[in-house]
Design a protein around this ligand. Structure first.
Ligand code: TYC
Length: 102
């Protein structure tokens, strides 16, 4: 049997295990943004089904904040900014932030 078939290059495993660092997007509670608006933003920006979005909104409402999802750094920043801007455009203090995942 030829060596090229039975023995893959030694560097292959190292290449496959490299992962980009992940960042959480957090939703923060406030006293002004309507619940339905929060649910609609979660659906629009994070493609979250209404029942999941409602659960995330309620968790933030009762606990103060909730992890929405985890992405690569750039995607997390972009989505947090988009979602926060949707609230700001309507005059709401709705806030999404990011933080590195442990
Ligand atoms: N606390 C808001 C209200 O009572 C609703 C809300 C929930 C706002 C979650 C932000 O992240 C949030 N209208």
């Amino acid at each position: 049997m030829p060596d090229a078939v039975s023995a893959p290059p030694k560097t292959q495993a190292e290449t496959r295990t490299a992962r980009p660092p992940l960042h959480k997007v957090l939703l923060h509670n406030d006293d002004f943004t309507p619940r339905d608006f929060v649910v609609s933003v979660l659906g629009a920006v994070f493609r979250m089904p209404p029942s999941s979005a409602h659960g995330v909104m309620l968790t933030a409402h009762t606990k103060g904040c909730c992890v929405v999802a985890v992405f690569t750094h750039e995607v997390a920043e972009t989505k947090a900014t988009q979602a926060t801007d949707l609230g700001r455009r309507e005059g709401y203090p709705l806030m999404f932030t990011t933080e590195p995942e442990e």
